[in-house]
Write a protein that binds this ligand. Structure first.
Ligand code: SF4
Ligand code: SF4
Length: 379
């Protein structure tokens, strides 16, 4: 397993995490099989957003004494008062559900303010006692870190700007990133993913990921496979279905992303997901999918690494990623970005300007120019 820093929390999360949603309603044996497989594979990130008592108990029981070896995202405001998944901001209700989660797991590593998508959601969290409750949970040691979940990049950026959350769970996949920020991606998911609405990677989504990287917030990912539509020949919005590995790699190559939470239903599915770690660069390469679309992102790096290998050994996508953040405000480059750049084995200044990478890049990125600029800024 590979592990990444989750922003500035000091926690290191497995790049493959487990979203336990698909275990809801499964018998205990199945839950135990999936959780045990995940633990054996070194998965240490688990998302438990489900409000149901039985699934929560089954997960806690399957983890048993191994609970201390993992980190749990628990969601504040996830309820099923109307006998279905429901968002509640009513504090007595919210407390009842979250305190139940605390009783089962002892403490929660990432207390997530649940589902802040609309401006109304924002108000309901920050202009009521809700956010204060979450803060008190942290002060009491019931939650280790404050996070939130969202599908909307504009609202999410507003939440990040409050300075309260330390991490974020966001829906990241190549299809969602191509929709304008105002699109309700969950509505799209419930019908078809309509490629005629794609407009190139939406700058507000890119800006959100960069903002998180700048501020030191780690991102965990949901909807990596677009509810399976991206890997389905029948439902893919692209010229061809993607593979699970390509979808995981796309998410993991966005700025600030630490862990991709996959909704595995069995131990076998967990082991399948973890095969990502053994995939070759060619198997991970998702550039072909994006390059078949109307090319509105010409000149902008999408961090796909299709331009590799570089004879100087430069990780071109990584250099471009840090450069893009630095360009946002060259006077105030976050120290963490400088240190990430400093830790690269080979840096932009080592570019010998052979141009091989530019011949391979499907998106017309001025790589040699970027390497020189990165050297000027960082070295
Ligand atoms: S420079 Fe081009 S090929 Fe290389 S990572 Fe960026 S978009 Fe992909
Ligand atoms: S131009 Fe520079 S970055 Fe590109 S492959 Fe050649 S040495 Fe590497």
């Amino acid at each position: 397993m590979e592990y990444r820093e989750i922003g500035k929390t000091g926690c290191r999360g497995s790049v493959i995490g487990m979203g336990c949603e698909n275990l809801d309603g499964a018998p205990y044996e199945q839950v135990s099989d999936a959780i045990s497989a995940a633990l054996e594979q070194g998965v240490n990130m688990f998302d438990v957003f489900m409000p149901g008592q039985e699934i929560r108990e089954n997960i806690a029981k399957a983890m048993g004494s191994r609970r201390k070896d993992v980190m749990i995202q628990g969601h504040v405001g996830s309820t099923d008062v109307r006998e279905q998944y429901d968002i509640s901001r009513d504090l007595p209700t919210v407390k009842q559900y979250f305190e139940n989660l605390l009783r089962l797991f002892g403490y929660i590593d990432f207390g997530m303010m649940f589902f802040i998508d609309s401006q109304q959601d924002y108000k309901d969290v920050f202009e009521t006692g809700f956010a204060d409750y979450v803060l008190r949970l942290k002060e009491n040691g019931d939650i280790r870190h404050i996070g939130f979940s969202s599908h909307n990049p504009v609202t999410a950026a507003r939440v990040v700007e409050t300075g309260l959350p330390e991490m974020m769970m966001f829906s990241v996949n190549p299809a969602f990133d191509l929709y304008p920020a105002e699109t309700n991606v969950l509505d799209e998911l419930h019908s078809t993913l309509d490629p005629t609405a794609f407009r190139g990677i939406d700058p507000r989504r890119t800006a959100l990921y960069q903002l998180c990287q700048q501020r030191g917030l780690g991102i965990t990912v949901m909807k990596t496979l677009g509810a399976g539509k991206l890997i389905s020949p029948e439902h893919t919005p692209f010229a061809q279905p993607m593979t699970v590995t390509q979808c995981i790699h796309y998410a993991l190559t966005r700025p600030a992303v630490a862990s991709v939470m996959l909704g595995c239903r069995t131990g076998a599915e967990v082991r399948d997901a973890v095969r990502y770690l053994d995939a070759t660069d060619e198997e991970r390469d998702y550039s072909q999918v994006l390059s078949t679309l109307r090319n509105d992102f010409r000149g902008n790096c999408v961090y796909c690494s299709h331009c590799q290998p570089c004879p100087s050994g430069i990780d071109i996508a990584a250099v471009n990623k840090y450069l893009d953040i630095a360009r946002l405000d060259q006077e105030n480059i976050p120290p963490s970005i400088r240190s990430h750049y400093a830790s690269l084995t080979h840096k932009g200044g080592e570019c010998i300007e052979c141009g091989n990478c530019e011949a391979r890049c499907p998106f017309g990125v001025a790589i040699r120019q970027n390497m020189a600029e990165a050297a000027r800024i960082f070295e």
